[in-house]
Ligand binder design. Structure first.
Ligand SMILES: [Mg+2]
Ligand SMILES: [Zn+2]
Length: 224
């Protein structure tokens, strides 16, 4: 078998859910997350990511971390934070397939800082993903723009510090949810429509989601 043949014999691509980090998984800060003490999971985020894993969907984190090239934090430190984040999720039963980080500042004009879709394209190449079958959860319009540029189904959550004003939200192109909890619930319904085989855990998750009211995260005061 040639290499080319083996590439074309890949298993059919799985559905990935791209998840932004700050303001979606962990509480966003006006400054940067530079140490583990700064990393605070948003209510329901761990459970939501675990639910995706249990449903057989791949979780891929896509995050802009310009603090790296601003010299505020090293790439190794960010890596260490991500290892701890992944470990918390792993212990809860969740799995993160990959984490893609853009370290650049806006001035560098890179192809990977959202709203550029470079990291989504890289992930699709490296994991054989069909982007039209993938989802993206983010808290900023720049997340939505990146996802829409490559044909993902996009979900905006309002747990970031600067939730986009209502008149900038284009609901025909993406859907809006209070938090990652409701966004994941919608993805599970979309990915496993009624009549399809639904993982048992998913049904349990949906039951829990309805019985536990989502807690509103406190918003940090602006710092200068
Ligand atoms: Mg964000
Ligand atoms: Zn970049």
């Amino acid at each position: 078998m040639t290499l080319e043949q083996s590439a074309s014999n890949r298993p059919p691509s799985r559905t990935a859910v791209f998840v932004d980090r700050d303001g979606v998984i962990n509480r966003e800060r006006r400054d940067y997350v530079t140490r583990w003490d700064d990393f605070c999971f948003l209510p329901g985020a761990v459970e939501a990511l675990v639910a995706l894993t249990r449903a057989g969907l791949d979780v891929i984190v896509i995050t802009n971390q310009s603090a790296i090239h601003r010299g505020i934090v090293t790439a190794a430190t960010v890596d260490g934070l991500h290892q701890r984040m992944v470990e918390v999720l792993r212990r809860a039963g969740g799995c993160v397939l990959a984490i893609y980080v853009c370290p650049h500042t806006p001035d560098e004009g890179c192809a990977c800082r959202k709203p550029q879709p470079g990291l989504l394209l890289q992930a699709a190449r490296e994991h054989g993903l069909d982007l039209a079958r993938c989802y993206l959860i983010g808290d900023k319009l720049s997340d939505m723009e990146a996802g829409m540029a490559v044909g993902c189904r996009c979900l905006l959550v309002r747990t970031g510090l600067d939730a986009p004003p209502a008149d900038t939200i284009v609901t025909e192109r993406y859907r809006v949810f209070p938090s990652i909890r409701e966004a994941v619930d919608a993805i599970l319904v979309d990915a496993f429509p009624v009549g399809s085989e639904r993982p048992l855990e998913m049904a349990q998750w949906r039951l829990e989601a309805r019985t536990v009211p989502p807690a509103a995260p406190p918003i940090e005061p602006a710092r200068n």
